[in-house]
Design a protein around this ligand. Structure first.
Ligand code: ADP
Ligand code: MG
Length: 389
């Protein structure tokens, strides 16, 4: 269509009034079609010119804009009521940066909505001719993700429950046998044997109790109370806490803590527990001594914490199983340590990875996202069906 109009423009003076009319009609129909497409979108599209003035907004985007716009020549951010979004648009547009999916919480008709803003420079013939501001309401999408996570949790709960059922079978069997033995001893008046049997019964009850307590600990919903904190300080504190154990086991500790680590939000109790579990596993893997190395670092998006040992390592066969509840290679292990570490890290939107080589050592790496989004409550003007950001 554009080519056709451009060709027509070159010979404008040769066109008959009828041809001119046809041309205008088809151009209007084309614009109409474009508008219908844009208006049927469930996302907001706003186009600005090189001076950042709003030149087009689709129906969805109109919800963010004042209904009566008096100063059409003003820059787009002056139309936005909310300080944070206004500042974001002003900064991004003036700098000419491309920013994708910056999230803002807004309140709309007493409900929280989550909006995602993207700003993309429009480039034609190697020149910036304006920008596109793209707005998405991602509230439902986020809700769906949360529901999916809950379903995942439920699935892991089933695995855990199956694990518990398996774990309690042995102590229950043993209890049943020893109670029968006690009954026989009482009936045959062999009271000297009783002490031994009752001792076993007590031990088995302890074991059952530990299984149930650990299980509850692993499945209990985490009431995370994240606060801004310093991961390096937490690690230094933990290492002091296990210092005696390290010395006893002839394990040297190297702390290579990255400088200027950005502060992040985390729940100190749980994060301590996660790191302590990794450290304890590392200590257990270095029976004949070794070196524990804890490293922290970061990039734009995340903080990395590595807990590395020079211990026995994990066989290729066992590596895929270590995060499974109740998987343990230790005689008195619970097999719930890494399950818990994984859960804590996931609750912090982070990730847990492991590299290991048998006979050489193991490296567990926790990554935690550096928050990129501003979460706030906004004060709103009363403007009918508008989001009024
Ligand atoms: P537990 O420590 O009770 O056995 P975990 O869930 O903490 O349970 O660990 C599961 C298994 O993973 C351990 O039994 C061990 O085989 C393996 N593992 C974990 N950490 C290490 C490590 N640092 N080095 C070698 N093996 C490890
Ligand atoms: Mg453990």
């Amino acid at each position: 269509m554009r080519d056709f109009i451009q060709r027509a423009l070159t010979k404008l003076n040769k066109l008959t009034p009828e041809q001119m009319q046809d041309l205008l009609i088809s151009a209007a129909a084309e614009i109409d079609r474009m508008e219908t497409v844009l208006d049927s979108l469930n996302e907001g599209v706003m186009v600005c010119d090189a001076q950042h003035r709003l030149v087009m907004a689709n129906k969805f985007a109109e919800r963010f804009l004042p209904q009566n716009r008096e100063h059409e020549n003003d820059q787009i951010w002056t139309l936005i009521k909310d300080d944070h979004i206004r500042e974001f648009l002003c900064q991004t547009l003036v700098s000419g940066d491309r920013v994708e999916e910056k999230e803002f919480d807004v309140e709309f008709k007493a409900k929280q909505r989550l909006l995602s803003f993207s700003v993309l420079p429009l480039v034609r013939n190697h020149q910036v001719s304006g920008s596109l501001v793209y707005v998405e309401d991602i509230t439902e999408k986020r809700g769906k993700e949360a529901r999916l996570r809950r379903a995942e949790n439920l699935a892991s709960l089933t695995t855990l429950a199956a694990g518990v059922a398996h774990e309690i079978k042995n102590p229950l069997g043993s209890l049943s046998i020893h109670i029968q033995l006690i009954q026989k001893a009482v009936a045959g008046n062999q009271l000297s044997e009783l002490d031994k049997y009752i001792g076993v019964v007590n031990e088995e009850i302890d074991r059952l109790n530990r299984i149930v307590v650990d299980f509850l600990f692993a499945v209990r919903p985490m009431d995370l109370e994240p606060r801004e904190g310093d991961i390096n300080a937490l690690i230094a504190e933990l290492v002091e806490f296990v210092r005696y154990e390290l010395d006893e086991a002839h394990i040297g500790c190297v702390m290579d803590l990255g400088e200027n680590l950005p502060p992040i939000d985390f729940d100190e109790r749980y994060m301590k527990q996660a790191l302590l579990n990794l450290i304890k596993n590392a200590i257990a893997a270095m029976d004949g001594g070794g070196t524990l190395t804890i490293t922290t670092g970061f990039n734009d998006a995340e903080i990395q914490i590595s807990v590395r040992d020079t211990g026995v390592g994990i066989s290729e066969e066992n590596l895929p199983k270590i995060f499974e509840p109740y998987f343990t290679t230790k005689p008195t292990g619970t097999g719930l340590g890494l399950t818990l570490v994984f859960k804590i890290v996931r609750e912090h939107q982070g990730d847990l990875n492991v590299k290991s080589r048998e006979g050489e050592g193991t490296d567990f790496v926790i990554t935690l996202p550096i928050p990129q989004r501003e979460t706030r409550l906004l004060a709103f003007g009363n403007s009918g069906g508008q989001y009024a950001v």
